[in-house]
Every structure is written in structure tokens, then in C-alpha cells.
Design a protein around this ligand. Sequence first.
Ligand SMILES: [Zn+2]
Length: 232
Amino acid sequence: MIKHISVGNVPVELERKKIKNMYLRVVPPEGQVRITAPMRMGEEEIRKFVLTKLDWIRTKQQEMENRHPQEEIDYVSGEKIYLWGNPYQLQVQEKNVRPSIQAGAGLLVLAVKPEAGKEQRKKMVDTLYREVLLKEIPPLMAKWEARIGVKATGFTVRDMKTRWGTCNVRTKKICLSLQLAKQQPRCLEYVVVHELVHLLERSHNHVFKSYLDHFLPEWRQIKKEMNGKAAI
Ligand SMILES: [Zn+2]
């Protein structure tokens, strides 16, 4: 039988088994904390143990919160490339011209030199992703900073492999994943709101979630969609 307890605002599922030692796990994709404890171990002892592990739990949860998949693309004609949640068919034109990339009518036309390899092609697509993000992010940040009543010192876009975004609460700098350009625009908006709310509350506790409920009531749905592709 599983008992639900809360330690330092962290919900914990506590299961008793005929075992000798206590086990603590943070389970993906939601980062639920699960403890398996010996039958007779006192709840106070379990709570104390969880309290000593809170920092570790929060780190684990944050990692899971922001994880997303990295699908392999070879950047050859016919492959699907996503931009703002829409699939574009990649059309590679090998020409001796200045490399360019253009999205329109379901096609992503990439003109590269014949010798351009996968890395260079990827670079072109990433450049497009960066451009569209750099255009979208500033107005989104301004809108949500005003609504939330916080001010970040700036943002960067990085090709982060395992996270959608991070917020350094000390420097108030926000970092957003290049991968967000592949998702629906509302995913970018959710991550911007999520990271800005960290300036009010650094951990993913109930206070943090109630801010999200207040500012972006549909956040759970968006998060679920992003989790469907892995986990945010
Ligand atoms: Zn977070």
C-alpha cells in the first residue's frame, strides 16, 4: 500500500515492504519521489532522511523537468524538419552559391555548397532556429516580465541537449534551448513563463505551481505535450 506524505513541500509516495534498507527514487518523467521503506521504520526517521536529500531531489527533478529528446537527422532531402511545431520537408539544393535557408509552403529549402556535410547543413538549420527565436523571445519576455512583475537581466539561446530552459536566480539570466524553435510557439511561451517564475520561487514546489496556475492556467497541458516527446 502506498501512503502519500509531504516533506518540506515535496510530495512523497511511501511504500512499505519487507526489506532491510530504505530506498529513495525520483521517478521520470514527472520527478515523483518514491520511497520504499522497511515495514517497521518510523515515519519520523523517513522524513528526516528525505530532508537530508531535498537538495539532491530538487536537482533530479529539475533535470527531468527540462529534459527533451534529440532526434537524429541526417539533413538530406525528404527528411522532416520541424519549425514551430509544423513539419517541413527538407529540400537540399547543392549549389555553388552563398548558403541560404528558407521556409515556406511546407518546404524548407536549404542551399549549400556540394561539399557541405551534415555538420554544415545542421548549422544552417540551427541558424534559422536561432533567428526565429531571437525574434520571438524579446516581446515574450517583456510581456511576461510585466505580468509576473519580475525582470531578468537577459537571455541566451543555446543548443542545450537535455533541457528546455534554465534560470540562474542569482544573476537573473535565462537560458533557452534552441530546440524550442521546433515546438509549438506556446511551448516557448510556457518555458519563458516557467523560467521567469523561478525569479519568484526557485524550486518546483507548490508555491511555484500555484504561480504557474495563476499566470498560465493551461501550463499543465503544454507541459504534458512536451513530456509526450520526453520530459520537460
Ligand atoms: Zn524549473
